[in-house]
Design a protein around this ligand. Structure first.
Ligand code: HEM
Length: 470
């Protein structure tokens, strides 16, 4: 009986392999299915995507297809060939993938055509006069929070730099966009718990107690966001937009939670890496400080050294994955003229952190932080980079690209700049252990925007005795 069953299973497995197992067809990218049936490389990919994709790049080059949990994903790492993905809106689509992710993490389901109108709404509300108002409100909140953080004048306080940056930028962002109330600190606590577990939630790998914890935080956040008290104009206007689109009340709170995450999850971690790199690279800190000393806080206009150090920070720590679904068979033409066929139903993924951001031929010694990497000799912004003697089309892509790129870029840069300037001008800030290194990256966050550290970097700070004139 047992033998018959085993033979039957064996037979079924062979039929499965013969009928359903995929093989590389003519003109398709190299195929790497991994050893595990169906799962393929899912475990390695989820554990540390950078390490896994670096290994695949060494084996196959700039384009290859891997199997990840039943899905075939073509990874493209040649920045000069990105346009054939980014500009194709006929054979490639990002909306369904985005919709699936958003439903899995936030439980949000909205009409599929809303993504286009929502994008338009965002573009209006993060540009022009609206942006000027948001920047000015953000600057006021940041100033209050930073001065308040150092309020015990003259006395050193100790904290993890990541917690410090994330909490101050989150709270200022929440007060600016969502609600000018005093519960921003409580919202931040729940948000951090939710954000810490978000990658596991997305992968469906939460343990039972983690699931409970993330559910509780999500419920509390939804309750905070449903409050109609003290709404800031941005939130009020977003709710009006949702009403016009006919989104049900329960879904509105979920849409707000998605916006809370999208608008708040990147700036704090970016400020952490920026200050962390400065504190562990004294020559970079001195160069930025000396630029800041020459500026008026009210008009911090031309800041090439700061801009270069920020670009370098984002090159090392911004880790978006730009994903598209192949909705009809496509021939992808690489910059070198080579053609590859992509199958309908597969996915294409660009991972700019690996190519171009960590490509040693574009950025020599790519693991090192060089604050002046994006400066020309005459101290103007350097924005041309070369590979094999040819200029590269995209040398970094921290803000994503194409129709799903970041709409809050200008707002984010203003916020980080203001925050760093305030910290450097109003606080004495130093490492608790002068020999300390930056903590390692949490490898589960590749593909989720800004990276986060595993652990923290302890700093001490106090309000300066003589404050600069404002
Ligand atoms: C250093 C800080 C930031 C970085 C590196 C960053 C990066 C990104 C990236 C890579 C995307 C595309 C995500 C994807 O394709 O899946 C994105 C989307 C977005 N970002 Fe940012 N972001 C930052 C800060 C901000 C801030 C402060 C705001 C607003 C307050 C913001 C608003 C948005 C919005 C609304 C989207 C969604 C756009 C859409 O759905 O079409 N971002 N961001």
């Amino acid at each position: 009986m047992l033998l018959t069953l085993l033979l039957l299973l064996n037979g079924l497995f062979i039929v499965y392999l013969l009928c359903f197992s995929r093989t590389r067809q003519h003109k398709e990218p190299p195929l790497d299915k991994g050893l595990l049936p169906w799962l393929g490389h899912a475990l390695e990919f989820g554990k540390d995507a950078l390490k896994f994709l670096t290994r695949m790049k060494e084996k196959h080059g700039d384009i290859f297809t891997v199997r990840v949990a039943g899905q075939y994903v073509t990874i493209l790492l040649d920045p000069n060939s990105f346009d054939s993905v980014l500009h194709d809106t006929v054979s490639l689509d990002f909306r369904r993938i985005r919709g699936q992710v958003v439903q899995k993490i936030f439980g949000l389901q909205v009409p599929s055509n809303m993504q286009t109108s929502e994008r338009k709404w965002m573009e209006v509300h993060f540009k022009g006069v609206n942006l000027i108002e948001l920047n000015s409100s953000m600057n006021i909140h940041l100033r209050n929070l930073v001065l308040n953080a150092g309020k015990t004048c003259g006395e050193w306080q100790q904290e993890g730099l990541f917690s410090l940056c994330y909490s101050l930028l989150f709270r200022a962002g929440y007060l600016t966009l969502f609600e000018g109330s005093d519960n921003a600190a409580a919202v931040y606590q729940e948000f951090r718990n939710f954000d810490d577990l978000l990658t596991k939630l997305a992968r469906g790998s939460l343990k039972r107690d983690e699931k409970k914890s993330v559910d509780t935080s999500q419920e509390k956040l939804l309750r905070f966001l449903s409050s109609q008290r003290g709404m800031e104009p941005w939130k009020r206007s977003y709710q009006n937009f949702l009403n016009k689109e006919g989104v049900a009340e329960e879904m509105q709170a979920k849409a707000l939670l998605l916006q809370l995450w999208t608008t708040q999850c990147n700036a704090g971690p970016a400020a952490f890496w920026f200050l962390g790199f400065l504190l562990t690279h004294p020559e970079a800190m001195e160069a930025v400080r000396s630029e800041v000393r020459g500026l008026s806080l009210k008009h911090p206009s031309s800041t090439p050294v700061f801009d270069s150090a920020l670009s370098e920070t984002l090159r090392l720590t911004a880790a978006v994955m730009i994903r598209r679904e192949v909705v009809q068979d496509k021939t992808l033409v690489m910059a070198n003229g080579q053609e590859y066929r992509l199958r309908r139903g597969d996915r294409v993924c660009l991972f700019p952190l690996l190519g171009p951001q960590m490509d040693p031929q574009i950025h020599p010694e790519p693991q090192s932080f060089k604050y002046d990497r994006f400066l020309n000799e005459d101290r103007t912004v350097k924005n041309t980079f070369h590979k094999n003697g040819e200029q590269v089309r995209y040398h970094t892509l921290p803000w994503g690209a194409g129709r799903s790129s970041c709409v809050g870029k200008e707002f984010a840069v203003n916020a980080i700049k203001q925050f760093v300037f305030l910290l450097l001008t109003h606080l004495d800030l130093e490492l608790c252990d002068p020999e300390a290194n930056l903590p390692p990256v949490n490898p589960s966050r590749y593909g989720y925007g800004m990276l986060q550290p595993e652990g923290d970097l302890q700093v001490r700070f106090r309000l300066k005795r003589i404050l600069p004139e404002m």
